[in-house]
Design a binder for this molecule. Structure first.
Ligand SMILES: [Zn+2]
Length: 373
């Protein structure tokens, strides 16, 4: 019961269902993962636990985890909880240049993720975009080439097509002088068509649709809600994919800061089928830490402000955006949390996960996945 199942099983089972799968980047595993998995179990919801390459890699990402140590920690908790429908996902396997050397380095990371038991992968070559080309296929040529090569590599190493595959077109949070850059239906369709022509079977597509990763702030440095996601465009993109008969839906990145009632009422459940929530769990961790261990909170606060000051931003904004880098630095102290704090963190994660699972309308959908296992 402790082992993650193939991400493809979860995505394919829910391709035509009006639900969103909660995907959590748990930078602090202790307390948090248990709360999330318990909420998923109690509501019979599928769930994904993930970390991005920047958060977790062979050199220890900023969470202090390698794929092996992260996988071990999560699987141990999953065994205690006993929830069966969950996947372990490698978020943002980012390729920024597309050079042979970068691709070879990335394959080493993927190999270790596979050996550590990851069951789903997000190849992110969205940075490779040729703005000088005059049609979508040429603009996306490098992204298509690199995504194809790495997806084939995963297939070869796993020795089957039984793994979740997320691909990315349009960089999440990218801005130009006109504001947020938004993916077009033509770009999404061209990208997915070319990948399928290359023998790749993507399940979910990350697009640029107006969200940004992490906490967001106004000009004065106040934390603000995120209401910038272009829902109409997101639906248009899925419509063109559906018309072609492709079982590929949207992975929504950067959900932290989005009002949960807006997700419940306005998100196109089933067009978006994966919802990534990351910084939100980190915010909860710090809220709990503030009360249970103010000394450590102050120490982390000072370290973050001291390291990242000088940007002209308020301390609140600097901390909100940069505190993620403290996980590795304070790993030992973070994981030395006492039982009281661990329990409190678990219950906070449990209750917030329950709210997300309700807003994502995912109750009972673990049963749909179970049917095809
Ligand atoms: Zn993301």
């Amino acid at each position: 019961m402790s082992k993650p199942i193939s991400g493809k099983k979860i995505f394919k089972a829910l391709c035509d269902e009006p639900t969103i799968i909660l995907a959590c980047n748990t930078r602090v595993t202790k307390g948090t993962v248990k709360g999330i998995l318990r909420a998923a179990k109690d509501t019979d919801s599928p769930v994904i636990i993930e970390l991005a390459k920047s958060e977790c890699n062979l050199d220890v990402g900023y969470t202090g985890y390698t794929p092996e140590t992260f996988s071990k920690a999560v699987k141990k908790i999953a065994k205690e909880v006993g929830h069966d429908i969950w996947a372990l996902h490698a978020d943002h396997i980012t390729i920024k240049k597309g050079t042979d050397q970068e691709i070879e380095e990335t394959k080493k990371l993927i190999k270790s993720q596979i050996e550590s038991g990851f069951t789903s992968f997000a190849i992110d070559a969205s940075h490779l975009f040729n703005t000088n080309a005059d049609n979508e296929k040429e603009q996306l040529k490098e992204n298509i080439r690199v995504t194809t090569e790495l997806a084939k590599y995963i297939e070869k190493e796993i020795k089957s097509k039984e793994f979740g595959l997320e691909v990315e077109v349009g960089e999440v949070g990218k801005k130009d002088d006109q504001g947020m850059v938004i993916t077009t239906p033509k770009e999404a369709l061209t990208f997915i068509t070319e990948l399928i022509n290359n023998g790749i079977d993507p399940d979910v597509l990350a697009i640029a649709n107006g969200s940004s990763h992490g906490n967001i702030y106004d000009q004065a440095g106040n934390l603000i809600e995120q209401v910038s996601i272009d829902i109409a465009r997101t639906k248009e993109i899925v419509d063109v994919l559906r018309q072609k008969g492709f079982c590929v839906r949207i992975a929504q990145h950067g959900i932290t800061g989005t009002p949960i009632d807006l997700i419940y009422k306005k998100f196109p459940h089933g067009d978006i089928i994966k919802g990534n929530v990351g910084t939100y769990w980190q915010n909860i961790y710090f809220d709990v830490l503030k009360v249970h261990n103010p000394q450590l909170y102050d120490k982390i606060w000072k370290w973050v402000i001291n390291k990242y000051k000088g940007s002209g931003k308020t301390e609140l904004e600097i901390f909100g955006k940069r505190a993620k880098y403290a996980h590795k630095e304070f790993f030992e102290e973070i994981y030395a949390m006492d039982k009281d704090m661990e329990k409190n963190l678990e219950l906070m994660a449990y209750s917030h996960a329950l709210l997300f699972l309700k807003a994502f309308k995912s109750h009972g959908y673990a049963a749909h996945v179970r049917k095809i296992l």
